[in-house]
Design a protein around this ligand. Structure first.
Ligand code: ISE
Length: 360
């Protein structure tokens, strides 16, 4: 991070409806799997945004993407962030680089959409929160795309309506088909459980008290290098108990489950990917092969809403505090895994600055 003082928020270009000249000019730092998908979405199906510049440490891949989508290749991510023709930035680079790129966007007074995690630990997230508050304007959105998934939004409506009564227990599962032997224990929390950490507190409008990681026997696909599956247990301030099964080598597909048990009924997440078919005395449906297939609609809604809100000069969606809160919980889980006991989640109270868009 370059230690320049924070400027006052910049004057926005006025955006007008119906004119391509007024598209939000987006720079993307990180053209790996998800960055590339975002660029494709913005270029081919979303409205109001245009990818003008891309950057990645893997320069050859980024040059290819630049050519395919008519964008400029910029070798240095910081140069891209500072470029005059870039109005707003998407950070979809390697996780450990997120924090410094987001800080650079704040220094430039530019809106930034950062893939989760906002930083690899809570101290990094806190730096971003403090810098944004010092700037006095919210510019950061974190890529917790599940908040844009139709099934999760319906689940939240049911819980909020009181239809199933007070929530008592949440059962969740987050399964990937295959991660092979190269995976790492920490990723199970910082890249995987981080989704449940965010979405469940959002569903319940609650905060977390204490957490624990359980380590069942591991599946053979790990070659004994990391623990898979793992079970995350969370207790909320309101006394709800949450269990999350994390299983990175379940073999059969990408499978996301979430069930709220209330005092008057149960609400379960619907899976929008494939219809259920009954035929030849059998009933069933396909299972998605990965996160892009399962959450493709959610990603599209998420990015469209980001483009729309930035064009009207306001931040919406999951904010830096949400990224920080998730990371404080993740840090507690990592400690719990290491000491094999419960750890408390010590999160300060959410400042008013971050209050309005935290719960959509
Ligand atoms: C992966 O690490 C992610 O980042 C995806 O968002 C998540 O859906 C997937 O299950 C993880 O493996």
């Amino acid at each position: 991070m370059r230690g320049r003082p924070f400027p006052v928020p910049r004057e926005r270009r006025p955006f007008e409806e119906g004119s391509e000249l007024n598209d939000l000019r987006i720079g993307v730092v990180g053209t790996g799997a998800i960055g590339r998908k975002h660029i494709k979405r913005i270029s081919e199906s979303l409205k109001g945004g245009n990818v003008v510049a891309v950057s990645d440490v893997a320069a050859d891949g980024a040059r290819q993407v630049a050519e395919e989508y008519g964008a400029r290749f910029v070798a240095d991510g910081y140069e891209l962030i500072a470029a005059d023709d870039v109005d707003a930035v998407i950070v979809s680079s390697w996780d450990p680089t997120h924090k410094d790129y987001v800080m650079a966007c704040l220094e430039q007074g530019k809106y930034v959409f950062c893939e989760k995690p906002l930083a690899t630990d809570s101290a990094g997230c806190r730096e971003i929160v403090d810098a944004e508050m010092a700037l006095g304007k919210r510019l950061v959105q974190v890529g917790f795309m599940r908040r844009y998934d139709r099934g999760y939004r319906q689940l939240k409506e049911v819980i909020d309506s009181g239809e199933i009564g007070t929530p008592l227990i949440m059962h969740c599962a987050h399964r990937n088909a295959n991660m092979g032997p190269q995976y790492e224990d920490d990723y199970m929390i910082t890249q995987v459980a981080i989704h449940e950490i965010d979405i469940v507190q959002w569903l319940l409008s609650d905060t977390y008290d204490r957490v624990r990681v359980l380590l069942p026997r591991s599946a053979g696909a790990t070659n004994g290098v990391y623990h898979d599956p793992q079970i995350v247990l969370i207790e909320t301030a309101n006394g709800v108990c949450i269990d999350v099964e994390l299983f990175m080598n379940c073999q059969f597909g990408y499978d996301i489950r979430c069930q709220a048990v209330g005092e008057k009924g149960i609400a379960s997440l619907s899976d929008p990917s494939y219809p259920e078919i009954s035929r030849d005395f059998q009933r069933g449906s396909k299972v998605a092969d990965g996160w892009e297939a399962r959450f493709t609609d959610a990603y599209a809604v998420e990015l469209q809403e980001w483009i729309d809100s930035v064009r009207s000069d306001r931040a919406a969606g999951p904010n830096s505090w949400d990224g920080y809160a998730a990371s404080v919980t993740a840090d507690a889980l990592l400690r719990s895994r290491d000491i094999q006991d419960y750890c408390s989640v010590d999160l300060p109270e959410r400042p008013d600055f971050y209050r309005d868009s935290s719960v959509r």
